[in-house]
Design a protein around this ligand. Structure first.
Ligand SMILES: *Cc1c(COP(=O)(O)O)cnc(C)c1O
Length: 427
């Protein structure tokens, strides 16, 4: 399907039924799969043959949907996970272990910041956080001998900073490590990080890809571009025999195109079991079928709301890279020429209290720990998703205490703006 436009691939990639087969992807609601001989099944356990044996590792429904996301991102292999958190953890832990080091943008989702700075630190994996506006020198200085990955978000949640993917990819490659980009907010409709040098893409499919707030999920996609064997010493897990699979060397057996996802599935899914349920994968696919249509409206609504807020006297600042005055506007023109997303962050005069009066007065946008679905919603990150962070960490992440994050849904822009206007009047 890769020759078709992304619009067509949103609708049709990943699953092509044969004669008399279901037009919609079948939900294979089965934990296990039947074989006639033990020898046939044994080959699956040795990774000698491809096939299904247990849904914790692979399920056909999940694979159809992973294949669609893989096509949308322009990758060579992909897998679904139970959540975006699991996707980012797996993507990093697949190539980092105790004694290793990660370079990450400081402007990332609070959950991922916690994962890297607290939980992975407990596992002996250290991290250095760099500003998304760092110079090449500052970025290069963050690397160490034991650095194994670089991580950032195309459009950061909730700071809405735009990653200079080329800059981060160049630095990563100069140090012989891959760049992992969480592309949740931009979606492949608006940016495909592989085209700018990223090596691995992750998603919280919970957001725009599902788009209806129906199912938590994640995805990992490999570009197939990173040459693991050229950096053999750094990646023994991919480049030396895996004793838990009878001495298979992933990078040799599956090549650059397949090694990362095969190892991630056969080791991390096997051992940690963060699978997406086939039912949720089905919901995710329903969302993907309209992703290209929805993203356009999300972006239009985000733009209209951002423009309205930027002219309002009670609003002190607005972050939305589609606004010409936004510090990330130039980067957005390069990386997100067709639009960014429907999420707008802004600070209201009067800090936390004014923000709370405003949010409590909204009628259309509900207060939710969520973004990126069909219904508009809003949140004060400092008191919710980012409450583990200190004021210094909040500032470094670009999330001041009085910030409101508004996710513009698919409603009419006029209705959204009228609702925001009346809520601002209540302050
Ligand atoms: C929501 C989110 C996550 C975490 O995803 P879950 O599906 O909630 O686990 C990771 N990264 C970004 C950018 C997100 O917005």
């Amino acid at each position: 399907m890769s020759n078709y436009s992304i619009d067509t691939n949103c609708v049709q990639a990943g699953y092509t039924p044969g004669n008399g087969e279901p037009r919609q992807i079948p939900i294979v609601q089965s934990t296990t799969f039947k074989y006639s001989t033990g020898e046939e099944m044994g080959k699956l356990f040795d990774l000698e043959a491809a096939g299904y044996f247990y849904t914790r590792l692979q399920n056909p429904t999940n694979d159809y949907v992973a294949a669609k996301i893989c096509t949308l991102e322009g990758g060579t292999a992909a897998m679904l996970t139970s959540s975006g958190q699991a996707a980012n953890f797996f993507a990093l832990f697949n190539i980092c272990g105790c004694g290793d080091h990660i370079v990450a943008s400081s402007s990332i989702y609070g959950g991922t910041f916690n994962l890297i700075s607290v939980t992975m630190a407990k596992m002996g994996i250290e991290a250095t956080f760099v500003s998304p506006t760092c110079t090449d020198e500052e970025l290069n200085a963050a690397f160490r001998e034991n650095t194994k990955a670089v991580f950032g978000e195309t459009i950061a949640n909730p700071a809405l900073t735009v990653l200079d993917i080329e800059q981060f990819a160049k630095a990563a490659h100069a140090h012989g490590v891959p760049l992992i980009v969480d592309n949740t907010f931009a979606t492949p409709v608006n940016c495909r990080p592989f085209e700018w040098g990223a090596d691995i893409v992750t998603h919280s499919t919970t957001k725009y890809l599902d788009g209806h707030g129906a199912a938590v999920g994640g995805a990992i996609v490999d570009s197939g571009n990173f040459d693991w064997m050229a950096h053999k010493d750094k990646y023994p897990g991919l480049c030396t025999p895996d004793e838990s699979y009878h001495g298979i060397t992933y990078a040799e057996k599956f090549g650059n195109a397949g090694a990362f996802i095969t190892k991630c599935t056969s080791q991390l899914m096997r051992d940690f079991g963060s699978i997406q349920s086939p039912q949720n994968a089905f919901y995710l696919n329903l969302g993907l079928e309209s992703l290209h249509v929805r993203m356009q409206r999300h972006c239009e609504n985000g733009q209209a709301v951002a423009e309205f807020l930027s002219k309002h006297p009670k609003v002190t600042s607005v972050s939305f890279c589609g606004l010409p005055g936004d510090p990330y506007h130039e980067r957005a023109l390069k990386y997100l020429p067709n639009g960014s997303c429907g999420v707008v962050s802004f600070e209201i005069e009067g800090g936390r209290e004014a923000a709370s009066t405003f949010m409590n007065s909204l009628k259309l946008a509900a207060i939710e720990t969520h973004v990126a679905d069909a219904r508009s919603c809003c949140l004060n990150p400092a008191t919710t998703t980012h409450r583990q962070m200190t004021d210094e960490q909040l500032a470094a992440a670009g999330v001041p205490a009085g910030l409101v994050r508004m996710s513009c849904g698919l409603e009419s822009a006029e209705d959204l703006i009228a609702d925001i206007a009346q809520a601002l009047d209540k302050i």
